[in-house]
Design a protein around this ligand. Structure first.
Ligand SMILES: [Zn+2]
Length: 387
């Protein structure tokens, strides 16, 4: 499998970028990455203070932040296609008919991350990652993208004078926003399903809304698959940073090796993960909480990826354990995607007013209104609802 065109484009453009600190370098195969060179210098310096060590650790993370793409073409396509095949018959067949379109759209979100399109890149980059260690200061993850951004900004301000190095990387580009991208995509799909129901009830042509829904599924699937890649959930996304008692690799090549090279080496197929997708589609009561749990699960597998790399299992197509890890991660993603599609379909049947002139979520008289965001954040579901 070749490297995605978007990733290649991103790398070549980054070579001339005036902001190399967050850009990937172009290098011949086998030569050390910029991250590796920085790390080398870091290791050579035996007199660094604790504070400057921390600075370098964080800067190493910064250097690599833009690299993450996740899964390559094959992994993303397999996740979305397997999810479509696992849908129950109650979901309209128009999605299954568009399985090739959905599979091909599953990699699109990575094409919006090149420095040549800086506005799109700035908005898009954080949606692909969720670096768990970077928001450990939060007791609870806000149920609102805006509230999360503000909470991270508050922490940035708190650190600004006492620890400017850490403050410089305490922002959403170094925490990620992946769960918000997933839940927002889920809601877009739900709207499309609702419109399909309405148009069908009115005996209108549903061709275009069916195309929209398929596009939303492909787009949504990207972030769910990214969230299942353990290295998208950690500051160790492109080589281990900081204390390293287990001697894991510092080389950023581990990222692409796991998600793309090894996935191609084993020739991942839909059939490989079919039996690992739970047989019954589940209606998810709280999509946002379930998405957070999905990435948390991936985070528990970070050390295993590094352990496999150390044993060279990611270069061995016969490695049972390495295969199992890929199957488990991609099946997790396909299961969640299937269940979110199913949930969007079921809940789209609930009638909503087509127009609410006095939107209570944006009304300052709403007791839950947050003046900093101009909205009341979405409520969690009642405690008694399933999953
Ligand atoms: Zn991505």
């Amino acid at each position: 499998m070749t490297e995605p065109a978007a990733a290649r484009k991103s790398r070549s453009v980054a070579a001339t970028s005036p902001t190399p600190a967050v850009s990937e370098d172009v290098r011949p195969a086998g030569s050390p990455s910029r991250r590796a060179l920085v790390h080398e210098r870091w290791c050579d310096n035996r007199h660094v203070s604790k504070k400057s060590t921390l600075l370098v650790v964080i800067m190493i993370a910064a250097l690599c932040q833009a690299r993450a793409s996740a899964w390559g073409d094959r992994g993303h396509a397999i996740v979305s296609r397997a999810a479509i095949r696992a849908l129950p018959l109650s979901v309209p067949l128009f999605l299954a008919r568009q399985i090739d379109w959905i599979g091909s759209r599953s990699v699109l979100a990575d094409t919006w991350r090149a420095p040549s399109e800086p506005f799109a890149k700035a908005a898009e980059d954080p949606n692909h990652v969720w670096y768990t260690e970077q928001f450990a200061f939060l007791r609870q993850i806000p149920r609102s993208r805006d509230e999360f951004v503000l909470a991270v900004y508050d922490e940035h301000r708190r650190l600004r004078d006492t620890d400017p190095a850490r403050a410089a990387l305490t922002n959403v580009h170094y925490t990620g926003t992946l769960p918000y991208a997933v839940v927002e995509g889920y809601e877009r799909l739900k709207v499309a399903f609702r419109m399909w129901r309405e148009q069908r009830a009115q005996q209108k042509d549903t061709t275009f809304i069916e195309q929209d829904a398929a596009f939303y599924v492909g787009w949504l699937s990207h972030y769910i698959a990214d969230g299942a890649q353990p290295l998208h959930s950690t500051i160790h996304h492109d080589g281990w940073v900081g204390d390293n008692p287990q001697g894991f690799t510092r080389d950023g090549a581990i990222h692409w090796l796991f998600e793309n090279t090894f996935v191609d080496l084993i020739g991942l197929t839909e059939a490989d993960i079919e039996s690992r997708i739970s047989p019954r589609a589940q209606q998810i009561a709280d999509p946002f909480a379930t998405i957070l749990a999905h990435v948390d699960r991936a985070h528990t597998r970070v050390a295993q990826v590094y352990e496999l790399e150390r044993r060279k299992a990611l270069e061995d197509r016969s490695s049972r354990e390495a295969r199992e890890l890929v199957y488990t991660c991609t099946a997790d993603a396909a299961t969640l995607l299937r269940d979110l599609i199913y949930t969007a379909w079921v809940t789209s049947a609930v009638q909503v007013p087509s127009y609410v002139p006095d939107d209570p979520t944006n009304d300052p008289r709403n007791p839950r209104y947050n003046p900093a965001t101009g909205a009341a954040p979405p409520l969690p579901p009642p405690a008694s609802t399933p999953r």
